[in-house]
Structure formats: C-alpha cells, structure tokens
Design a protein around this ligand. Sequence first.
Ligand SMILES: Nc1ncnc2c1ncn2[C@@H]1O[C@H](COP(=O)(O)OP(=O)(O)O)[C@@H](O)[C@H]1O
Ligand SMILES: [Mg+2]
Length: 116
Amino acid sequence: MSKIQAISMENLKGTIDKQLLTGKDIFIGRNGSGKTTRLQALQMSMLGYVPGNGKRAVDNYKFSSDDNEMSVGLELEDFKFSRTFERSTKMTKGVSNVTISESITVSPCWPSPSPA
Ligand SMILES: Nc1ncnc2c1ncn2[C@@H]1O[C@H](COP(=O)(O)OP(=O)(O)O)[C@@H](O)[C@H]1O
Ligand SMILES: [Mg+2]
C-alpha cells in the first residue's frame, strides 16, 4: 500500500503549503494556524469534496482565497495528483456568469521504486 507522503494546497483558506507527513502525524498549533485546513485539503483531495460543505466544484471553491485558482493534492510514493479549481466569468447577453471548473493532474513521482 502506498503511503501519503504530503498534502499540498494552494490558495486554500490563505494557505500555500506542502505538508510533509511521516505516517504518524499530529497537527498542533494555535487557533487559525491551519490544522483544519490541512485536513480539509486531505478530504478534498481524496473525496473531491469536504464533508458537510457540499459536493460541487463551486462549493469547494468557497475555500479559495484567490479570485482565479485554488488547488489541493496528495503525493504518494510513486505518483502524485492534484485537483485544480478555476474560476472564470463569461458575459452572456450582458449578464456575467461565474463558472468553476475542476481538473485533475496525475503524474509519476520520479524515481519510481524498482520492483523487488
Ligand atoms: N477564504 C479564506 N481566505 C483566507 N483565509 C481564510 C479563508 N477562510 C478561512 N481563512 C483563515 O483560515 C484560518 C483558519 O484556519 P484553520 O485551518 O481552520 O485553523 P485551525 O488551526 O484553528 O484549525 C483563519 O485564520 C481564517 O482567517
Ligand atoms: Mg480547526
């Protein structure tokens, strides 16, 4: 089984960070330091949504601290993936419509482990 090595987040509630993990991790910090944010990044990465917050891309985007883009992702031993949420505004008949789109990027972590 591949272990989660890191949780990455960009523009998630004001956080741009990659949280490295050991496999036995405890988050300690003052209020507002980002403990819950890290867990929300993990949920959004694995499930595609944060339980209790709605499942649509627009619901995820409520966590964004940027007007254009937010992303979350995980690094495992042999691959990493990230979900990127992008906000765009289109004018249709003089009315502006905001759309949030989601894309997923998966890439191998190099060097990948050699077979036993
Ligand atoms: N949309 C947002 N944009 C920027 N910062 C945000 C946003 N939503 C929440 N925050 C900030 O995130 C912090 C809360 O982080 P959180 O991970 O919940 O902290 P805790 O360590 O207490 O669990 C607060 O400082 C709050 O101001
Ligand atoms: Mg908290």
